[in-house]
Design a binder for this molecule. Structure first.
Ligand code: ADP
Length: 596
């Protein structure tokens, strides 16, 4: 029968430990179980021993202690109530010490000190910090008071003999030391286990982090090479549409070309946005700060959307509260341009004929050199239904399924804008009503910068077409389709041009020829466009080294501002460029040359 009970409780104990998977909890249960079993066994033996020469009060105290311990053990194993069991265990020990101090021996002995140490350690180990402090004070304070009291009375501290037999006393000493050792051993084991586990987990985490970073890098590399591969033929398609558009197409051909352009530009926007968005997720995109004139930036944005807005019959205005005096600030002008371009482009896109679009910037606060600007892009367009006002900031989501068909777009613009604004430690806000319009706004805090001397502007003079035809142009380009496109465009204006297939060839031809301008592709085999431009600038003959160089690149505008070294380049053109833009750049070269 007793064997059955022991096996039953052993199983209960094992399953209790199994259920409690956390090592710290397991060690708490172990400490409590060992303490209860050892102390109740000790009490039982001392009780038996004291029956030889019975002393009523001792027998009763030991009996009460034994029953309480047994009850605590029952609560722990049978009911799995380890906290309640822990309190009963500690309270019974405290009561034993208090009654010992006050009523019986009126003194302390080694066993009292041992029990006190057991209470202090086990209260912290089993019940935690707060209960640990409470139980420790509850049994240390009476002992200290007793010690002080006895010192005051006798001038010395008495350590009294316990009122049980020497054998019981010795046994109690040994068992109590055993409990103290087991308790600390168990707790250290769980502490070491947690520490070891933590180190192991940290190592696993580090490996996983490295793997994830590597995977992200690979994905980003893959995306950027894929997008480059996709962009190259797409540039040719858009370039060809441009060429066909200036070759006096028939009315029906014009319509077909418009559809072609819409789809191709949409696809290009998707590729560019996907790349930008993935970069933003993969790498820690940092803001590149420098001093800049925010008034000029706003005027440029206004100018670049003005004609599109006019074509759609929209009234597009720029409003600032610092109109008369230009504002210079320190910040990332490319990212601000990207944010505003996206928002204004959406406002123009989603506003129909006769509507209004307004880009406004107001100073909301200025403390010392710090200025807070509120940017708002307001339109009287189609608006966004209330239930779509959150999802439109998610990547690839648009307000409804007809948007792509009717207006184009990728659904990535606002997701990018939102991240860029967050990067400025601010938030993008939206107020919109369907068929009334939308306002996208955000605040950015800038440090004021010193105004620079106004840049010397190259006067844009309209020049008759034949003047471009006098230019001697060197094309440095390796892609045959791009060469074909450039030839077709330049042939339209009767320009003189020569061809080189890489940077080295361009350099050699510049040394021997008499060119006015080089249209320099950046990504070329043998020697890239940067390298070739640097070599040209280092040539000893000043007439040759000062030749105008216009870079041709498929990178995005932001990438160019961030990574291009303009020391060797005069200007750049983003592929696919419109023939008109190339013409403007070439006309500017003519103006500069005639000014020299
Ligand atoms: P895209 O313009 O390429 O579709 P965006 O992320 O820039 O992608 O915009 C997501 C969606 O938010 C748009 O498809 C449109 O439904 C809605 N939206 C954005 N700006 C406006 C606006 N000014 N007026 C109305 N709807 C807008």
């Amino acid at each position: 029968m007793p064997m059955n009970i022991i096996t039953r409780y052993k199983d209960k104990y094992t399953s209790l430990l199994k259920e409690t998977q956390i090592p710290l909890m397991q060690s708490r249960i172990k400490i409590l179980a060992f303490g209860l079993i050892l102390l109740s066994s000790l009490t039982f033996i001392i009780l038996l021993n004291s029956l030889v020469n019975p002393h009523m009060t001792i027998v009763i105290r030991l009996l009460v202690l034994l029953l309480t311990m047994a009850f605590a053990l029952y609560l722990l194993l049978e009911k799995a109530k380890w906290q309640l069991s822990g309190h009963i265990f500690l309270l019974s020990l405290c009561t034993f010490i208090w009654t010992n101090l006050i009523f019986y021996t009126s003194g302390i002995n080694l066993v009292t000190i041992q029990l006190s140490l057991i209470i202090i350690s086990s209260s912290f180990y089993i019940l935690g910090k707060n209960w640990g402090i409470l139980y420790s004070l509850a049994n240390v304070v009476p002992i200290v008071i007793h010690l002080l009291n006895s010192r005051l009375q006798n001038g010395q501290v008495t350590i009294t003999q316990f009122q049980i037999s020497n054998l019981s006393f010795l046994l109690a000493l040994i068992v109590n030391f055993g409990i103290l050792i087991i308790m600390h051993y168990e707790f250290f084991k769980s502490f070491y286990h947690s520490h070891y586990k933590e180190r192991e987990l940290n190592a696993q985490l580090q490996t996983a982090l490295k793997e994830a970073q590597e995977a992200t890098r690979l994905r980003s590399d893959f995306l950027s090479s894929m997008s480059h591969e996709l962009r190259t033929p797409l540039h040719a398609v858009i370039g060809m549409i441009n060429v066909l558009s200036i070759e006096n197409p028939r009315k029906d051909q014009e319509e077909n070309l418009a559809i072609l352009r819409f789809s191709a530009e949409n696809l290009l926007a998707l590729i560019n946005d996907t790349l930008d968005f993935s970069k933003m997720n993969a790498e820690k995109v940092l803001l590149n700060t420098a001093d800049f004139n925010i008034s000029t930036l706003l005027q440029n944005i206004h100018a670049s959307f003005k004609s599109k807005a006019e074509q759609k019959g929209l009234d597009f205005r720029l409003k600032t509260d610092f109109e008369s005096n230009p504002l210079y600030v320190n910040g990332d002008q490319n990212r601000l341009t990207q944010i505003l371009n996206n928002l204004v482009s959406n406002a123009v896109k989603f506003t129909d004929n006769g509507g209004r679009v307004e880009l406004s910037v107001t100073t909301t606060a200025q403390i010392g050199q710090q200025v807070v600007l509120l940017f708002a892009v307001k339109d009287s367009g189609i608006g966004i239904p209330k239930n779509k006002q959150e999802i439109i900031f998610e990547p690839f989501l648009q307000a409804n399924n007809n948007i792509t068909k009717r207006y184009g777009g990728t659904g990535l613009g606002l997701a990018i804008v939102k991240r860029l604004i967050n990067l400025h430690e601010s938030e993008l806000k939206l107020v919109s009503e369907e068929n009334i319009g939308s306002v996208f706004s955000f605040e950015i805090s800038y440090t004021l910068a010193k105004p620079e001397l106004p840049e010397e502007k190259i006067p844009v003079v309209s020049i008759p077409v034949q003047e471009i035809s006098n230019l001697n142009i060197l094309i440095a380009e390796d892609n045959i389709i791009n060469i074909m496109l450039l030839k077709k465009i330049l042939d339209q204006w009767d320009c003189n041009y020569s061809l080189s297939k890489n940077g080295q060839e361009a350099l050699d031809m510049v040394k021997t020829g008499t060119f006015d301008v080089v249209l320099m592709d950046i990504h070329m085999p043998v020697m890239d466009g940067f390298e070739a431009s640097r070599h040209i600038r280092e040539l000893p003959d000043a007439n040759i080294s000062k030749i105008k160089i216009i870079a041709l690149t498929a990178s995005s505008d932001v990438d160019i501002q961030e990574s291009f070294n303009f020391t060797y380049l005069d200007d750049y053109l983003l592929k696919p460029f419109s023939p008109l833009l190339l013409k403007e750049k070439l006309e500017a070269v003519v103006v500069q040359l005639s000014g020299n």
